[in-house]
Ligand binder design. Structure first.
Ligand SMILES: Cc1cc2nc3c(=O)[nH]c(=O)nc-3n(C[C@H](O)[C@H](O)[C@H](O)COP(=O)(O)O)c2cc1C
Length: 229
């Protein structure tokens, strides 16, 4: 199984988040012996801030978006972890999501499972989780229930227990695409398909969508089933 973890902040040395991320990666690698786990953070991956839509399709951009795109598209499980800053996701997480903004129309991630996680001092995880889950669904993923981590009062034993809980959840759900499916997945798919059909054939997003999901594709579930066979 290929697992990509995007963490939306620079890692502060010796922080509880650093401890959590390292333990999570180790525990997943221990449980899933043949897995590849990539931990992507702003420390190892540069993504430009997007300021206009055409920038998304600029093949000469001087950042790591193309490389990361390939890593995401070859992952079976995508875990997005954001710290909660001022009651929402962090700026780095937003830069990451904006960098692939066209994916909310082209939905390249059908067949993958998403897991949203937020880390706060004590509050506002729900705002971040709801948003991360929404964007993951727009990208085409089915999602596992989001996880809220609250650091106030959490010692390393509590972090270890959380890591084991998350890894068990992954074990339980990593082949359960069909039970994670929600009708909203298909509603988003139908909405995008309808809209893109109205676009001129030269439109980049239209091409990207219909190259992957030809017009005679019935619905989201059909694609999902074909991807997980
Ligand atoms: C700018 C900033 C804003 C924050 N806002 C919140 C917040 O609204 N709610 C909350 O519970 N924690 C908040 N926190 C705490 C962080 O979520 C928490 O400290 C962080 O996820 C832990 O990072 P670390 O382990 O790297 O120190 C904030 C932290 C910073 C730096």
């Amino acid at each position: 199984m290929n697992i990509l973890i995007y963490f939306g902040n620079k890692i502060n040395n010796n922080s509880r988040t650093e401890y959590f991320l390292n333990q999570l990666k180790l525990e997943i690698e221990r449980k899933f012996i043949n897995s590849n786990v990539h931990l992507v953070t702003p420390n190892n991956t540069k993504l430009n801030i997007v300021t206009n839509w055409m920038q998304l399709f600029d093949e000469s951009s001087n950042d790591d978006a193309d490389k990361l795109e390939k890593q995401i598209l070859s992952a079976d499980l995508l875990i997005i972890i954001s710290p909660i800053f001022t009651a929402h996701i962090s700026s780095y997480t937003k830069i990451f999501l904006d960098r692939y903004a066209h994916w909310v129309h082209t939905m390249p991630c059908i067949g993958k499972i998403g897991l949203p996680i937020t880390i706060s001092g004590s509050n506002s995880n729900d705002y971040g989780n709801e948003y991360l889950e929404k964007i993951m669904r727009y990208w085409g993923l089915v999602t596992m229930p989001p996880i809220s981590i609250k650091l106030n009062g959490a010692n390393s034993a509590a972090m270890d227990s959380l890591v084991r809980y998350i890894t068990r959840q992954i074990e339980r759900e990593s082949n359960n695409h069909l039970s994670l499916y929600k009708s909203i997945n298909n509603e988003i798919f139908e909405y995008n398909k309808r809209n893109l059909m109205e676009y001129p054939d030269s439109n980049i997003e239209k091409k990207l969508f219909f190259d992957k999901y030809p017009e005679n594709t019935k619905n989201y579930m059909d694609i999902l089933v074909s991807k997980i066979k």
